[in-house]
Ligand binder design. Sequence first.
Ligand code: HEC
Length: 211
Amino acid sequence: MSAGKSFWEMDEMRLIVGSMVILGGATALLVVMPYVLLENVPPPAGLKPYTEIQLVGRQSYISNGCVYCHSQQPRDAKLAPDAARGWGRASVAGDYAYDTPHLLGTMRTGPDLLNIGVRQPSKDWHLGHLYQPRAYTPGSTMPSYPYMFETRRGQAAPGETVVNLPPALTKPGEVVVAKPETLALVEYLLALDRSYPALTPLPTGPAKAAP
Ligand code: HEC
């Protein structure tokens, strides 16, 4: 600080106070305000909490990096033609009431998955697609996940789920079974359904008499 100058003439004070004001403003706008606005958003009537097995699958979705290629946030028609792509209506805050941490994602190398359970309700399809995406979507750039499955010579053990694969993917005398974690992942995918109305309808009272 140089002598003889007032508080506001000191360059370092202006710098420090100025940065604090900008940082404080940005924190209020980007952290505090969204927190206050979204803290108490109730889950919509149509949204069910995840079951235990679906939560195991959700963990597998995270650990296998699905979120790096798939978003879970269909956008408004003004921003992107997501509804026309069949990805569902624009999502609202309440849709994520049971999602901790949220899996909004930033990349869309693959389609948005917030409504994949509606679009693709077949468990067989999901298992086969995870085993070999290119057998279902030619030219797909999604990785295959062979380690989510096990191969059995002859027959599967009792209680195991055999994957119904296209004949070209299996060797004669072998069956492919899904690991329990893979079945949980598919349960999670099938539970991704935000097709209920975004807004809970207001209670309908008796119609007002015309004045
Ligand atoms: C490297 C990027 C990438 C990763 C990682 C990835 N995917 Fe995909 N995914 C894609 C692409 C591209 C498609 C579109 C082609 C296709 O159907 O295979 C796709 C398609 C899908 C579909 C079908 C979507 C539809 O609308 O038909 C599902 C379901 C899916 N992925 C689930 C997963 C799951 C679960 C994981 C994690 C285990 C995962 N993906 C990881 C790129 C990826």
